[in-house]
Every structure is written in structure tokens, then in C-alpha cells.
Design a protein around this ligand. Structure first.
Ligand code: G3P
Ligand code: MG
Length: 264
């Protein structure tokens, strides 16, 4: 049953690629998300110790890599303390399934290649920018100076997001042509929401703490509204009923199918 009053179904965003069905934030997972026909694919970006942008969510490699085997003395070291050459020695696929053994930590540019043609957009989240000083400039340089990224940007296929407002506005000043999304709780005070509307195209918020009454406050400022991370059909149905613009999920194949099957 739908009481969405005829609004378009939310767009589906694959979270960390398609993190529920393949190893998160890997090229395999970006390809998995592409096959799902999700409108967009979210990845997290950090900077290595020698300044290379790489795709990774956690602060350490313990959960999703074999760092403890490759670097036994550094198993719980911050992931950003490793050089790019060191990161390339890690297996970021086996934690999910032996089927993905040898799947590496991707370079940011690998995401542009994996995205390929078509219309799928990439949502690049600047993750923990306090641990990746200078990440905004590195990202802006890549997205505006590299030919492959330039083509994606020109086709509106790249957005940048972050929980960190200072980082997001720093990036926005360097590359104002690239849309940005502020992640976080919808601020209770109008002044903060007005400030976000001054630089961001949208707000991405935790669906578990969304107060539906705040949706009108977001809309009134012409901000798009995205929700994360919705992994049950019930949660996605409820988000569709609220007419949100996008739902971020670890299961994009399942949620694309669900939303296509909803009554118009
Ligand atoms: O894009 C929203 C979502 O990715 C934020 O949470 O911790 O999964 O990066 P996290
Ligand atoms: Mg993220």
C-alpha cells in the first residue's frame, strides 16, 4: 500500500558499492551496484600517508582486510598511516567471501573506470577528513583536472558528500561546479539549515532518527533529501511513502526491484 500521493519513487543509492552483496568499497562492489541499476553508488574516500586518495570506510583495516597477516605489528594502526604502496598489498575481498580473494583497496580513479558509461552517478563521501588533511584539495584536483573525471562531472555524474561541514565547504569552494550533499541529523535550528542550503544541493540523514516533520523544512529550502542506510523492505517502503529523493542501501538490487514493483 502506498500513500505517497503520486510522487516519484526514491532513487536507489548503493552503499559502499553494494556492501551487502559484495565486499564494500571495492571495484567488484561498484560493478555489482552498477548491475543493480541503482541510480547512484556511494563510496568513502580517505588519503594515504603519501597523499593518494583511496576508497575505504573504516579507520583501521581490521574488519575488512588481512592487515593483521600482512603487517602483524600494525594491525590496528590507522589506515591513513599506510602508504599507497602498502595499502596495495592488502586483500579487501576475502573478509566477505573467499570468492573475492585478491580484491584490493581501490584508488579513487578506479571508481571512475568501474563506473563506465551510462548514467549511474557516483557519490564520493569524504570520510573522516580530520585524519586525511588536504583531502579536499586532492579530490578537487582529481575531479577537475583528470580527463576521465572531467567527463563524468560534465555529465552530472559526480557528487561529493560528508558529515563534516567544514570539509564539504572547503571542497565546494575549490570545485563549485560539483554538487555537494551534507550528511547529518537535520538541524533543529533554521539558521543551520539555511547555512547548509547556501552551499549544498541536498541533505542525507539517518532514517532511524528522521522526524517526518522536518521534511517540509528541508523541502522549503529546495534541498534534496536522502536517507541512509535502509536495508529492509519495510524501511524502503516507508521512505517511499514519505516521498524522499533517495534511499541509500547495502542491497541495491533488491531495493531497485522493490521500488519498481510498488503501486504507482
Ligand atoms: O552516505 C551516507 C552513509 O554512507 C554515511 O555513513 O558511515 O556508512 O559512511 P557511513
Ligand atoms: Mg559513507
Amino acid at each position: 500500500p502506498s500513500d505517497s500521493g503520486g510522487c516519484a519513487a526514491p532513487e536507489v543509492v548503493g552503499h559502499r558499492g553494494s556492501g551487502g552483496t559484495s565486499p564494500e568499497n571495492t571495484v567488484a562492489s561498484i560493478r555489482d551496484a552498477r548491475r543493480s541499476h541503482a541510480a547512484s553508488i556511494e563510496i568513502d574516500v580517505q588519503l594515504s600517508a603519501d597523499g593518494t586518495p583511496f576508497i575505504f570506510h573504516d579507520a583501521t583495516g581490521t574488519r575488512t582486510t588481512d592487515v593483521g597477516e600482512v603487517y602483524p605489528d600494525r594491525a590496528s594502526s590507522p589506515i591513513v598511516d599506510f602508504t599507497w604502496a602498502e595499502l596495495q598489498q592488502l586483500d579487501a575481498g576475502s573478509y566477505f567471501s573467499p570468492r573475492y580473494a585478491g580484491e584490493g583497496i581501490p584508488h579513487l580513479d578506479d571508481a571512475a573506470r568501474a563506473l563506465g558509461g551510462g548514467r549511474t552517478t557516483l557519490n564520493i563521501e569524504i570520510k573522516s577528513p580530520e585524519d586525511s588533511p588536504g583531502v579536499e584539495a586532492v579530490l578537487a584536483e582529481a575531479l577537475t583536472q583528470d580527463r576521465r573525471w572531467q567527463r563524468l562531472v560534465a555529465r552530472d555524474r559526480v557528487v561529493v558528500s560528508s558529515f563534516d561541514e567544514a570539509s564539504l565547504t572547503a571542497f565546494h569552494e575549490l570545485a563549485p561546479q560539483i554538487p555537494v550533499l551534507q550528511i547529518g541529523d537535520i538541524p533543529a535550528d533554521d539558521a543551520t539549515l539555511d547555512r547548509w542550503a547556501g552551499f549544498a544541493d541536498g541533505v542525507v540523514t539517518n532514517y532511524r532518527i528522521l522526524d517526518p516533520a522536518d521534511i517540509d523544512r528541508v523541502r522549503a529550502r529546495d534541498l534534496e533529501l536522502g536517507l541512509y542506510t535502509l536495508n529492509s523492505p519495510e524501511a524502503v517502503d516507508a521512505a517511499a511513502d514519505l516521498c524522499v529523493d533517495e534511499v541509500i542501501t547495502d542491497f541495491p538490487t533488491e531495493m531497485v526491484r522493490l521500488l519498481r514493483g510498488r503501486d504507482p
